[in-house]
Write a protein that binds this ligand. Structure first.
Ligand code: PMP
Length: 406
């Protein structure tokens, strides 16, 4: 059992008032809030050991290096990654996907096929379209059904020896659908296709075991898991990472530089050109410590309770339609909805007046909205620090908005 009231005291922002009302933060799928324990780590870095890493002999540089590399080890342990050099520190999910997509430019050719799911965030669509433009490969879309779930029979039929890459998010940010990634990885490997899983939305709820999944690439962002923005990680199996060329050239990623020829550093540094987000990396490690101390099983169980409670209450509002899986065991704590005849933006604006933060719009997943023939949805996404009282506030807010806008 989570002690939610105690957990809430870790998050200073939850004391804020918005438009004179207590903040009800239900936009966790966009970014999670940051506990004091993680904020302290960032302050401590700039107060006590701010220095560039890896290249200094002085004490500050060594301390910063040890902490930064310590964070890499925490990430390795959290995701059950075999080698620490398979953990590439990135600026986030988008950066990790672009790194892989760019790296595949010379490994993909005309006639090859790349599969993405119909549920993807733009950051898991556009880099692959750009790769297809560069190489002449074809992008194909694994379709979904009316419940926002992938049609696995169609996926099976699309696989062939032409399939080189498959990219799927673990959990959809637009609908909360949990995709059957274990099956997707297994089936893709049967035709020797590489698989990249976008874990941006799953990491806050699930602790993935990347070795057990046998996935080739996995990306995520720290800011979805109580860490800071602008930092994340890319996991790649070492054989794949060795095959890919560096993404950016610069300091840190070289073995030796002359004007005639440069040789590259070994993994992970080959993909880590320039001074990284040092405090961010260290804070990413601290965020994982924070979440693990609470426990992912307890987090998932509690969030599911919130999901059931909120789904039940919202469903009772006439004209309100929730998009995504009907079986709540097949989704996470995201409720994407509309009220007949009312634009989602208007609902979001009225909720904000009441201090309630939700996301409105296409959620960087326009193809999902196109599928449902809607401009967007209102999305309430719950974290382990939300309460049933906040769900009640949302439900009352939506009822009021409906009354005002009908
Ligand atoms: N993929 C998914 C499923 C996401 O939810 C997000 C963030 N909304 C991203 C990718 C992009 O993450 P970032 O902006 O941190 O790079």
């Amino acid at each position: 059992m989570l002690d939610v009231q105690k957990i809430r005291t870790d998050f200073p922002i939850l004391n804020r008032k918005i438009n004179g009302k207590p903040l009800v933060y239900l936009d966790n799928a966009a970014t999670s809030q940051t506990p004091q324990q993680v904020i302290d780590v960032i302050v401590d870095y700039y107060s006590n050991y701010n220095a560039n890493i890896h290249r200094g002999v002085h004490t500050l540089s060594q301390e910063a290096t040890d902490l930064y590399e310590g964070a890499r080890l925490k990430i390795q342990e959290h995701f059950n990654i075999k080698h620490s050099h398979e953990v590439i520190m990135t600026a986030g999910t988008t950066h990790g996907i672009n790194l892989v997509a760019s790296g595949f430019s010379n490994l993909i050719e005309k006639g090859d096929e790349i599969l993405v799911s119909a549920l993807e965030h733009h950051s898991n669509i556009v880099p692959w379209q750009m790769l297809c433009e560069r190489t002449g490969a074809t992008l194909r879309v694994i379709p979904m059904d009316d419940n926002g779930q992938l049609i696995m029979a169609d996926f099976g039929a699309m696989l062939s020896e032409r399939t080189k890459l498959v990219f799927v998010n673990h959990i959809s940010n637009a609908l909360g659908t949990i995709n059957p990634i274990e099956t997707i990885i297994k089936k893709a490997h049967e035709v020797n296709a590489a698989v990249l899983i976008d874990g941006a939305q799953s990491c806050p709820h699930i602790k993935p075991d990347l070795q057990a999944l046998d996935v080739d690439f996995y990306v995520t962002s720290a800011h979805k898991i109580c860490g800071p923005t602008g930092v994340g990680m890319l996991y790649g199996k070492q054989d794949w990472l060795n095959k890919l060329p560096p993404y950016q050239g610069g300091g840190e990623m070289i073995a030796e530089v002359t004007f005639e020829k440069t040789t590259y550093a070994d993994l992970p540094h080959k993909f880590e050109a320039g001074t990284p987000n040092i405090s961010g990396g260290i804070a990413f490690g601290a965020a994982l410590d924070y979440m693990n101390a609470i426990g992912f099983e307890a987090i998932a169980e509690y969030e599911h309770e919130l999901l059931e409670y909120a789904t039940d209450k919202l469903s009772q509002i006439e004209g309100l339609k929730i998009y995504g899986p009907k079986d709540l065991n097949e989704k996470t704590s995201v409720i994407s909805f509309n009220i007949q005849g009312i634009h989602p933006y208007d609902i979001g604006t009225i909720l904000d007046k009441m201090g309630i933060a939700v996301r409105t719009g296409h959620h960087c997943a326009q193809p999902v909205m196109d599928f449902f023939k809607i401009p967007g949805t209102v999305r309430a996404s719950f974290a382990f620090y939300n309460t049933k009282a906040e769900v009640d506030a949302l439900v009352e807010g939506v009822k009021k908005a409906k009354m005002m806008l009908s």
